[in-house]
Design a protein. Structure first.
Lengths: 340, 340
DNA sequence: AACCGCGCTGTGAACGTGCACAGTAGTTGC
DNA sequence: GCAACTACTGTGCACGTTCACAGCGCGGTT
């Protein structure tokens, strides 16, 4: 074992070794490996064979040093730590971006910026040039990280509309407002008349837009006692549901702005003795893995996470290539299950 | 805006700029920044001031090139993609490791190796020297990635005992067997006599050890019809519970080897008309966020995730510094809630 | 015959840092 | 008074790669 180790660690083959083995120069090896332009078939073959026999893999640091590119990207989460593992949305986004970028051979660095200390560390780290771009997942507005990033001039793509930076920072987002309308219209079509809502935080795009969609459909029926604010957490959903039941005990439907909060709401409704959907219909938002694990399974609005992550990556790569920031708004879809 | 960008991008200050601004040489700047040994107070102050005025941040690629260290670490997940966001355990581990390493200023690269293509990409990437070490989260045995990593001689720490590599690869793990004993003894103390179990996959340490703990306590009472195998997924837990109910309808308790599977089991018990814990007591394993979100809340065995991640990071850093691989076994704890 | 363009090749110069080494000034010891 | 030591400083080199440039042979055009 230690023999293997020292052998492997003794000396990693460099481009010189490959050149020597192939009987050509460094330049030819480099050209053969990066696109292969202006390389004779014989030389190309010799190089590829030498790469195989030597087990050569290019040194990323040396490459980065000369190309002035890190060839990697950061995934930055500004939400409280808790969120990452409580709400599956973040995992799905992370997973999607990682996979999308892996196909481009771009590794993803995971960083958080929940606290002030972390934010400074992350800003500094990104300013150091460790990464070529940033995928920013931060629903709340007002985090100074986005200022730092914007000032440093590094390409950034936000997930969800970055309130206050809509025109300066690229983003990919679901069409929250239309999605909310779809759900509320669906609840109406089921004959519900007292439709309440649990919103996201008012400083998040989802909190604002999904409430707007709800109001679009209900108009004057959207009375204050039917609206409760949540914080996208399960316990937040429970608290909001309890508050709604107190203020509007006659409600017959609830549109909840996230599946996780809806799961909390379902528990509270269950504890209060109400049946879902017979007494109260419940609609969620996201279509995350939670939606199929509740009893009853949740009718919800599907966010096209795969398209979102794909667009985020595309928009980021565009900017890294020098193009200006752009935005992508993606359509949502109603998924009807047992809770309505 | 574009003014700012081009200004920021025009030229990043190098160590030369700092040296010039401080009126000293490169070497002095380097020494001042790396430990500050053998630097006069005056020079140190001048350097720090120059760093502030120029906004200098060391170029990581140049540093890596000369130190032969990447100063970063990979977190590699070999489970199917799905797992990352279905089972909160992985998110917790990821989060914990990231946070622990962030304090050491070591970034974490997230990679997956679920498919053959991904495995090759990941192996190749790690062999390229992008990272100094690997945190490997892979419950199943038989994944060739661990061979690749071991062959390449890179420091590795596994989460959970790496079956087949126990003596060659470092790992941190909870004491699964004792934890299982704790739970089964608890169920017995509640007066349960027909205690079934849903195991993890037999090619995972958790699948083997937790079953062994169950057998330790029950002895001859651990009859085959009381044992069902799951795959750590929710639907796997549902299927196993359904199978148990068919084979042993008189069971009065179930020890489930993960909280996620236990959540599935609870749903099936509920659908079958059984009350928990009156008719059937249910015990989980992990104490993940799921445990408090089920109805009733889940009695479970707490894995000390924070200590596990801390040990993983410590063991990895040790190896990177050249010390031999070691292992850490951490104690578990019974957490009693409403389901037993 | 001289010239040009083309496809291919080798070579030198960066990229920005850390480290070994040599050197300097000031202090101490004998 | 000289050597030895200490505390600090500057300089050259190396890390491994890419890129621009120059060189070279060769066929075709003027």
């Amino acid at each position: 074992m230690s023999g293997d180790r020292s052998k492997a660690a003794r000396h990693r083959p460099t481009i010189h070794d490959v050149a020597a083995a192939a009987g050509v120069s460094r330049g030819t090896v480099s050209r053969a490996l990066n696109g292969g332009r202006n390389v004779s078939p014989a030389a190309l073959e010799a190089v590829l064979k030498a790469v195989r026999t030597t087990g050569y893999v290019a040194n990323p640091a040396a490459r980065s040093l000369v190309t002035q590119r890190a060839h990697s990207v950061a995934f930055v989460l500004t939400e409280p730590q808790q969120r990452l593992f409580e709400d599956p949305n973040f995992s799905i986004l992370l997973q999607g971006c990682t996979q999308e970028l892996a196909e481009l051979d771009v590794p993803v660095l995971l960083m958080t910026a929940s606290t002030e200390v972390e934010r400074k560390r992350t800003s500094r780290f990104i300013a150091a040039g460790h990464v070529d771009g940033v995928l920013l997942v931060s629903s709340h507005t007002g985090n100074p990280l986005i200022d730092d990033l914007h000032d440093s001039g590094i390409p950034v793509v936000a997930c969800g509309k970055p309130i206050g930076f809509e025109n300066r920072v690229a983003y990919a987002a679901a069409d929250d407002r239309s999605g909310a309308r779809l759900m509320v219209e669906h609840l109406r079509s089921r004959g519900r008349r007292r439709i309440a809502t649990i919103t996201g935080p008012p400083d998040t795009p989802g909190g604002v837009e999904r409430l707007a969609g709800y109001r679009d459909v209900l108009g004057a029926d959207a009375t204050p006692e039917l609206i409760a604010h949540g914080d996208y957490s399960r316990v937040g959903g429970e608290a909001a549901m309890a508050s709604l039941l107190e203020r509007a005990p006659d409600l017959d439907a609830v549109f909840v702005a996230s599946d996780l909060m809806a799961a909390g709401a379902l528990n509270v409704l269950h504890d209060s003795g109400r049946r879902v959907p017979e007494d109260v219909a419940v609609g969620g938002f996201d279509d995350s893995s939670i939606a199929t694990s509740t009893r009853p399974a949740l009718t919800t609005v599907r966010q096209p996470f795969q398209r979102i992550t794909r667009e985020m990556v595309r928009l980021l790569m565009e900017q890294i290539r020098g193009e200006p920031p752009a935005a992508a708004i993606l359509p949502t879809e109603l998924v009807v299950r047992a809770s309505t």
